[in-house]
Write a protein that binds this ligand. Structure first.
Ligand SMILES: [Zn+2]
Length: 411
C-alpha cells in the first residue's frame, strides 16, 4: 500500500488562513451563516477547491460542492463538514472537516488521477444555529429536502431578520431551496474534532465513531405559590425552587447511575419572580439528555420523566413537562466503520472506536447514505470556544485515515 502524501504544513496553513476570516481575538472565529465572513470563507474554499482540480458549484442554500468526477457513473462519495461557527467558536469545529476532505481529495487526484467513483467535497452552509436559533443543520436539511416553506417563515435571526430575506441579501433565492435536494449520495464521511476529552484521556490521536448520540430537550415548568420569605412557615410552602433543585440533582444522578456514555445537563434556569426575599411562583428549566443507544436512551428519558412527576407530586406542585427538541441517535454504517478502522490500522495510526456525544451533519446524512465519522483529539476536550485546539500532527493523522479510506472506496 502506497501511503498518500499529506503535508502537515499545508493543513496548518489552511486552518490558519480560514480562521482569519471572521477572526475574533487571537484564536476565536465568528462566522455565522450568510454573514460577510461566511461569504468570504466559501469564496476562499472555492478557490482552494478549484486549485486542487475540483469542479465547483453552489446549491440553493449556499452549500459549496467540489467534485472529482469518477470514470464510472453512479452515486457519489461525499466528505466535508460545516463552514459556519459559534459566535465566537474556535478554528477547528467544522472547518477542519472541510479542509480534511479537500486535502484528502487533492492528494488522491495528484497521486492516483481520476477516481473510479465520483468524490465530492462539501462545505455545508450551516450547522450551529448560531445566527438563527432554529436554522440548525440548514445545509444538510436542504440536501435531504427537509426544509419546508413554513421553516422559511419561522426561522428568524437573533436580530429579527427572516432567513429568506438574509438569503436574498447575498443573492440566494429561497424559493429554489427544493433544488438543493440530493438523492445520489451513497456514502458520507465527516472528519471532525472530538469536542470531548476521551481521545486525549486515552492518548489516541484518532477516533472512529460508531454511533452519534440522540438527544432530547425537555422544558420543565414547576409552579407553586409565591410568598413572603420570612412570614411563611416552611411546612405550608409550595416552593418550586426546592422541587427544581431536587429534580435537577436527580436527573443528573440518573445519568451518572446509568453510566457512560449517558449524559444529562441542566444549562438553563428561569425563576419568577427572581428576588432574594420571595418564594418563587415558578421555576422553569431545560434538561438536555443524550445517549447513542436507542433502548438506553428511552430508559434514561423514562427515568427523568418519572422523577420529575414524582417530586412535583410529593411537593404538591404543578408541573408541565414537554419536549421541544428530539433527535434520534444514529449508528454509523458498520461496513464503513470497519473500513476506516482497517485503514487506520494499516497506516499504523493509533486509534480507538467511540461514540459521539455531540450531534453532527452526519446524523442527517444517515437518512440517505451510509455514514461514518473520524474524530481527532480536542485539547482538554474544549470546543465552541476560542480555546478549541487540535494539533497539526493529530489533524494530519486523521486526514491520512480519511484519504486512505476514500482511496479504498473510490479507486
Ligand atoms: Zn461542528
Amino acid at each position: 500500500m502506497s501511503e498518500q502524501e499529506i503535508h502537515p504544513e499545508i493543513v496548518e496553513q489552511r486552518v490558519y488562513d480560514l480562521s482569519r476570516i471572521g477572526q475574533v481575538g487571537e484564536t476565536g472565529v465568528t462566522r455565522t451563516v450568510y454573514s460577510p465572513e461566511w461569504v468570504a470563507a466559501q469564496d476562499q474554499l472555492e478557490s482552494w477547491m478549484q486549485a486542487a482540480g475540483l469542479e465547483t458549484r453552489r446549491d440553493a442554500v449556499g452549500n459549496l460542492w467540489g467534485v472529482a468526477k469518477g470514470t464510472e457513473p453512479g452515486p457519489s462519495i461525499v466528505s466535508g463538514s460545516h463552514v459556519d461557527s459559534q459566535a465566537p467558536g474556535g478554528r477547528f469545529d467544522g472547518a477542519l472537516g472541510i479542509i480534511a476532505a479537500l486535502t484528502a481529495t487533492e492528494a488522491l487526484l495528484k497521486q492516483h488521477g481520476q477516481p473510479r467513483r465520483t468524490i465530492e467535497v462539501v462545505s455545508l452552509c450551516e450547522e450551529e444555529g448560531s445566527r438563527f436559533s432554529t436554522a440548525g443543520f440548514w445545509g444538510s436539511r436542504a440536501i435531504l429536502g427537509l426544509i419546508s416553506p413554513e421553516d422559511l417563515a419561522t426561522t428568524n435571526s437573533f436580530d429579527g431578520e427572516t432567513i429568506g430575506e438574509v438569503m436574498r441579501g447575498i443573492g440566494l433565492d429561497p424559493t429554489r431551496i427544493p433544488d438543493a435536494k440530493r438523492v445520489d449520495i451513497d456514502i458520507f464521511i465527516e472528519l471532525h474534532i472530538e469536542q470531548g476529552p476521551v481521545l486525549e484521556l486515552k492518548r489516541m490521536p484518532v477516533g472512529i465513531v460508531t454511533a452519534i448520540t440522540g438527544y432530547r430537550h425537555y422544558v420543565v415548568e414547576v409552579s407553586g405559590w409565591a410568598n413572603h420569605a420570612g412570614a411563611f412557615p416552611m411546612k405550608y410552602r409550595r416552593d418550586p425552587m426546592a422541587a427544581a433543585a431536587e429534580m435537577i440533582t436527580g436527573v443528573i444522578q440518573n445519568a451518572i447511575d446509568m453510566g457512560e456514555p449517558a449524559v444529562t445537563t441542566v444549562g438553563r434556569l428561569a425563576i419568577e419572580p427572581n428576588y432574594p426575599a420571595i418564594i418563587p411562583e415558578r421555576v422553569t428549566f431545560m434538561i438536555d439528555a443524550r445517549h447513542p443507544d436507542p433502548a438506553l436512551r428511552e430508559q434514561l428519558y423514562e427515568q427523568h420523566e418519572k422523577l420529575v412527576y414524582e417530586i412535583a407530586d410529593r411537593r404538591r406542585l404543578n408541573v408541565d413537562l414537554h419536549i421541544n427538541r428530539d433527535l434520534a441517535p444514529r449508528p454509523c454504517d458498520p461496513g464503513i466503520v470497519d473500513l476506516l478502522d482497517q485503514a487506520a490500522t494499516d497506516l499504523d495510526i493509533p486509534h480507538m472506536r467511540l461514540t459521539s456525544g455531540a450531534v453532527h451533519d452526519t446524523q442527517r446524512f444517515a437518512q440517505i447514505a451510509q455514514t461514518a465519522m473520524i474524530f481527532v483529539q480536542s485539547k482538554a476536550g474544549r470546543s465552541h470556544t476560542p480555546e478549541e485546539f487540535t494539533s497539526t500532527e493529530h489533524a494530519t493523522l486523521g486526514i491520512k485515515v480519511l484519504t486512505e479510506s476514500l482511496r479504498r472506496l473510490a479507486y
